[in-house]
Write a protein that binds this ligand. Structure first.
Ligand code: MG
Length: 258
């Protein structure tokens, strides 16, 4: 009987462990639900944790900022914290660039995303809830067409340092070929100059950011370029193959691009 009791106890313990493990997995799988379950009023602790999870790519595929975090995100992107976070990223990128031993071939390049990396869409976002409202492509394209997007100054600082060091900038953007003229004008007006290439998407291309940018990087490498760095506000700007020397994620808690 004693043996039977011990066996029953063992079965109970094993069953309990399996149950706990199963519940743990459910919590992990359900992490994305955090976006829909913000507490009333949001609050800095909750929304700050959400922002960190977004920046670390623990939450993906999200559509909009939960309304409970509207004020938090607006305060963040218009305040000192966004500037500080951006400066930290750029300072690290510059330190890395300064540590490089260049070949002298002139083939080393650094890839920059455009929107929310080189240029800011905050003037547009201010009128559209800083990510709370669903993305509206027509109005966003109107903003791009104005050619008035301001430079993100930390990124411009990196850009200028790279030119001094002899690393050539390449812009790689989801903007389309029919926006080349306005994009060129906007970049020049904001202080970006002397880039090696400005690569835009063909009009009508049906590809994810990840697929498009990976494919373009492959063509750059095949053409003999060495991608020493890559910076973008979306993980899909910097993920995928071919890999770059280093990648840098610029802050953006307002929207997610596949
Ligand atoms: Mg971008």
């Amino acid at each position: 009987m004693a043996t039977a009791a011990r066996l029953l106890l063992l079965i109970t313990v094993v069953a309990s462990v399996c149950f706990c493990s199963s519940r743990g997995e459910e919590v992990i799988v359900g992490l994305g639900d955090e976006l829909a379950t913000a507490p009333p009023g949001g609050g800095a602790p909750f929304c700050g944790s959400l922002r960190l999870a977004v920046e670390a790519r623990n939450i993906v595929g999200w559509k909009t900022v939960p309304p409970q975090c509207a004020e938090y995100v607006a305060d963040y992107v218009t305040g000192e914290r966004y500037q500080r976070d951006s400066d930290v990223v750029i300072n690290e990128a510059i330190a890395y660039a300064e540590s490089l031993k260049l070949s002298g071939s002139g083939k080393e390049i650094w890839i920059f995303d455009v929107d929310e990396t080189a240029l800011s869409t905050l003037p547009y976002q201010a009128n559209h809830g800083y990510g709370v409202q669903p993305f509206d492509n027509p109005s966003f394209q109107q903003y791009v067409a104005q050619g008035s997007a301001p430079a993100l100054q930390p990124t411009l600082r990196l850009y200028r340092r790279l030119l001094q060091l002899g690393v050539k900038p390449v812009f790689l953007t989801d903007r389309t070929e029919d926006q080349r003229a306005v994009t060129t004008s906007n970049l020049l007006q904001q202080g970006y100059c002397n880039w090696e290439k400005l690569v835009l998407q063909p009009v009508g291309l049906q590809a994810s950011t990840l697929a498009f940018k990976s494919g373009e990087r492959r063509m750059l490498v095949d053409a003999g370029y060495v991608i020493v760095g890559n910076i973008g506000d979306q993980w899909n700007d910097i993920r995928g193959s071919p890999a770059c020397g280093r990648t840098f994620k610029f802050p953006n808690p307002m929207y997610y691009v596949d």
